[in-house]
Design a protein around this ligand. Structure first.
Ligand code: URA
Length: 322
C-alpha cells in the first residue's frame, strides 16, 4: 500500500485520505503517537476531530496562529472573532493548534528543523483523519530584496542559499536532495487575490530559504561577521538576479515535504524590511504588526473565495472545540 499504513487503521469504509505517506514501518505500530502535538490514533478519534479540514495554515508564532483562527472565524462567519479558541495541542508547549470549521491553524516555530518535525506529524494527522483535497499555506514574515517593506511575496520557487531549487537533508549519513516545487496554479490564484483586494502590494517571486537569520542571510549585525558591506550587496544582487525577492527560513522543507505528501501548497510572506537598505528591524511595533496581518488577510480572502466557488456553505462545517 502506497501509504504504508493498513486500511484497518485508516478506518474501514471511509474514503481514504488523499494525503500520501510513504513509510512501511507505520504498519507495525499499534497506535501512532503524534508526540509534539500531544495527540495520537489510540487516544483520540482523529477522523471525527479533523476529517473536515480543507485548509491548513501554518506560521512561525503561536500568538500569530491564534490571531489567525480568530480572524478567519470572523471572516467565514463561523464564530466570534473575540472568542477564545482552545489550543488543541494543550499539554505540550512545542506547537499550538486551533481549528474553526474547515480551517486548521498551527504554529511551527523558527527554522527548518522545527517546521520539519511539525510537518511529519501534521501529514500523518491529516492521513489518519482521512482528510481529502487539503490546501496548505505557510503565512510568515521575511526580509525583502528591492521591495517596499510591507510587500507580500507569494513564492514561485523556494531556493537554497546557492539559489538552487532544492532541499538537502542528510539521512543515514547520505545527502538526499528533494525538489522544492510548489503548486504554480495556487501561487497564481493567491497573486490574483492580492490584485483583487488591492489593499497592499502583492508580488510573485522566488524565496531564498536559509539556515540562519544573521550570517546565513548576509546580515552585518550578528555576533560574528567575516565579510564586508560590498560582499553583502554583491550576494543580494546575485540573489535578485536569480529571481529571489524575499528571504526566510522554512519554505524549502515545507515545499519538499508537501510535494512528497501530495499536498497543494503555497508560501505567502510579508517583507518586514528591504535588505538592500539595512539589516535591523527599525519599524515601530504597530507598523510591523500591521505588516504581519497582510498574509492572513490575503489567505483569508483566498479561503473565502474557494469556499464560495465550491458552493460549500460555511454552515456545512461544524466547529470542533476540543
Ligand atoms: N524573517 C527572516 O528570516 N528574515 C528577515 O529578514 C525577516 C524575517
Amino acid at each position: 500500500m502506497a501509504s504504508g499504513f493498513s486500511d484497518e487503521k485508516n478506518g474501514a469504509g471511509k474514503r481514504p485520505s488523499s494525503v500520501h505517506l510513504n513509510n512501511p514501518h507505520l504498519d507495525s505500530l499499534k497506535e501512532d503517537i503524534l508526540y509534539h502535538f500531544n495527540l495520537g490514533t489510540g487516544s483520540q478519534d482523529l477522523p471525527a476531530m479533523f476529517g473536515d479540514v480543507k485548509f491548513v495554515c501554518v506560521g512561525g508564532s503561536a500568538w500569530r496562529m491564534k490571531a489567525f483562527i480568530q480572524y478567519i472565524a470572523g471572516e467565514l462567519g463561523l464564530g466570534d472573532p473575540k472568542a477564545e479558541y482552545p489550543n488543541i495541542c494543550a499539554g505540550t508547549d512545542r506547537y499550538s493548534m486551533y481549528k474553526v470549521g474547515p480551517v486548521l491553524s498551527i504554529s511551527h516555530g523558527m527554522g527548518i528543523p522545527s517546521i520539519a518535525i511539525m510537518l511529519h506529524e501534521l501529514i500523518k494527522l491529516l492521513y489518519h483523519a482521512n482528510c481529502t483535497d487539503v490546501t496548505i499555506l505557510r503565512i510568515g514574515t521575511s526580509g525583502g530584496i528591492g521591495l517596499k517593506p510591507g510587500t507580500v511575496v507569494v513564492t514561485k520557487q523556494s531556493m537554497d542559499a546557492c539559489f538552487q531549487p532544492k532541499y538537502e537533508q542528510v539521512i543515514l549519513g547520505k545527502t538526499v536532495v528533494r525538489s522544492t516545487d510548489l503548486d504554480e496554479g495556487l501561487a497564481e490564484e493567491l497573486h490574483q487575490c492580492g490584485a483583487e483586494m488591492d489593499e497592499f502590494e502583492t508580488v510573485i517571486g522566488n524565496t531564498m530559504c536559509t539556515l540562519d537569520f544573521y550570517e546565513g542571510q548576509a546580515r552585518l549585525d550578528g555576533a560574528f561577521c567575516s565579510y564586508t558591506e560590498e560582499d553583502k550587496q554583491n550576494y543580494l544582487a546575485e540573489a535578485y538576479s536569480a529571481g529571489v525577492r524575499n528571504i526566510e527560513m522554512e519554505s524549502s522543507v515545507f515545499a519538499a515535504m508537501c510535494k512528497l505528501s501530495c499536498l497543494r501548497a503555497a508560501v505567502v510572506c510579508v517583507t518586514l524590511l528591504d535588505r538592500l537598505k539595512g539589516d535591523q528591524l527599525t519599524s515601530s511595533h504597530d507598523v510591523l504588526n500591521n505588516f504581519q496581518q497582510r498574509p492572513q488577510i490575503l489567505v483569508g480572502h483566498f479561503i473565502k473565495k474557494q469556499l464560495k466557488a465550491s458552493q460549500k456553505s460555511c454552515d456545512d462545517f461544524k466547529i470542533i472545540a476540543t
